[in-house]
Design a protein around this ligand. Sequence first.
Ligand code: CA
Length: 236
Amino acid sequence: MGDQKTVLIVEDEKNIVDILRFNLQREGYRTCEAYDGEAGLAQAQTERPDLILLDVMLPKCSGFDVCRRLREQGDNVPVIILTAREEEADKVLGLEIGADDYITKPFSMRELIARVGANIRRTAMTPPAASAAAAAAMPVSGELSINTDSHQVFRAGKAIDLTQREYELLTFLASHPNKVYSRVDLMEQVWNYGYVGDDVRTVDVTVRRLREKIEVDPANPVYILTRRGAGYYFAV
Ligand code: CA
């Protein structure tokens, strides 16, 4: 997986922290831990993690407040919210305040590891490697090009910083140009979620973020378009 990625675990239940740390380290991640919200915020600044696993119910400062404050500070670190299964409203709120994904407790470790991998940000390339990757990228539409070897996306030759999930959503849509996919289709194809239900909100949030990154004017997108009542498609 290249250089070692750091995952910050913000969770007040020590047994959950222990099992997360064990499994993440076994997968090659470095971990750091915080047991309350304020310590989590502090560690996010000092450790500069590649991803944060963030419990909602925390002492001192809730997981939502932690996420909101990170985003207010301009920190775009991928955040996965850990939420109790009953708290459906938590999922929507978490995404609205800028979390990238959520996982419901009790979770399977296999699923959690998959989500961590899917949401972690790609490693920044050195400038010579980046310009070679830009030159080798395939044009997909307009000024947008994708290098599927380096998993990088460029607009007018300039690399765009996407999370793995954003990259997967974009490449999935771009590889089926002009075909409309419903949010449920995308949950199944890109997220590989068995159960969807109201989780389709995740798709909307991810599309919105992707537009903010790839579109010149996110309010008037030209790449990922909405077919009202039907879904999303990549326009060429
Ligand atoms: Ca808790």
